[in-house]
Design a protein around this ligand. Structure first.
Ligand SMILES: Nc1ncnc2c1ncn2[C@@H]1O[C@H](COP(=O)(O)OP(=O)(O)O)[C@@H](O)[C@H]1O
Ligand SMILES: [Mg+2]
Length: 253
């Protein structure tokens, strides 16, 4: 079976800083791969390169066997790559549903087949149905018409996640989805990610400091430190590794 995503010998230099140094891993179909490591390890850099937001200094990223080199963000998105950010990016005055419909409009483009199916400037029935389904999936079905600015941070993060999922990606790059959430909200976020993985066959790269969530969701874990992959294996395997213990104990969280 071809892995969904293959990251091979990826490196990224920022001047003298080596943010990623020969990073290699594979993400299988419907797998959740935890990507962990102390702050500054290079996790976000790797996600940004996969998503096409930053260019690698060296190395390749393959999605379903195709080299993504040179493809801009939107073309990678159309091939099934979606990402969420550490920082919240929502529009407080817009409703929950509109966040999803706008994301679909951007993703599908205003022209082409889907554009033809759309009403006068509105969203197609297909898009509306996908938005409803996705809001149900993340547990926000009752909040479609609510203005996002009135929601809790936990719900805002679910809106963000729903916006990434509404275009039905094959691979989700989730960069610290529980950032800023309390423990109950984090558990809810983990539940939703797990549901998306199981019900939609979504493959997930889960960058997370919340190790309980990583342990619960991840089929395998990749540990980075100072740009290098220092361990790959099951959660228990990598946690038993002395290099990993040193990385975590040595550099704070
Ligand atoms: N745009 C940038 N310019 C310069 N240095 C950067 C940039 N982005 C990240 N870095 C550096 O690269 C290293 C890895 O950062 P990052 O990928 O954000 O780590 P993580 O997400 O694991 O905390 C850090 O030393 C960081 O300061
Ligand atoms: Mg980061």
């Amino acid at each position: 079976m071809t892995p969904r995503l293959v990251v091979h010998e990826l490196s990224k230099h920022f001047g003298g800083i080596v943010a990623a140094d020969g990073v290699s891993f594979e993400l299988l179909d419907a797998e959740c791969l935890g990507l962990i490591g102390p702050n500054g390890a290079g996790k976000t850099t790797v996600c940004s390169i996969i998503a096409g937001e930053q260019m690698a200094s060296a190395g390749t990223v393959r999605l379903d066997g195709h080299d993504l080199a040179g493809l801009p963000v939107y073309q990678r998105a159309r091939r099934g790559l979606s990402r969420t950010y550490q920082r919240l990016e929502i529009f407080p005055e817009m409703t929950v549903r509109d966040h999803l419909l706008v994301a679909q409009g951007v993703h599908d483009g205003a022209t082409g087949l889907l554009g033809d199916l759309m009403g006068s400037g509105g969203s197609s029935q297909l898009q509306k149905n996908a938005a409803e389904e996705t809001l149900e999936l993340v547990g926000l079905g009752d909040y479609a018409d609510v203005v996002v600015g009135t929601l809790s941070l936990g719900s805002c993060r679910l809106v963000e996640l729903a916006r990434s999922l509404v275009v039905n990606p094959r691979v989700l790059l989730a960069d610290e989805p529980s950032s800023g959430l309390d423990s109950l909200e984090s558990v809810a976020m983990g539940d939703v990610l797990q549901r998306a993985q199981r019900e939609r066959g979504l493959s997930i790269i889960l960058v997370e400091h919340d190790l309980e969530m990583v342990a619960r969701l991840s089929d395998r874990v990749v540990v980075m430190q100072s740009g290098l992959v220092v361990a790959t294996g099951s959660f228990d395997e990598v946690m038993a590794d002395q290099d990993v213990r040193d990385a975590y104990l040595g550099v704070g969280k």
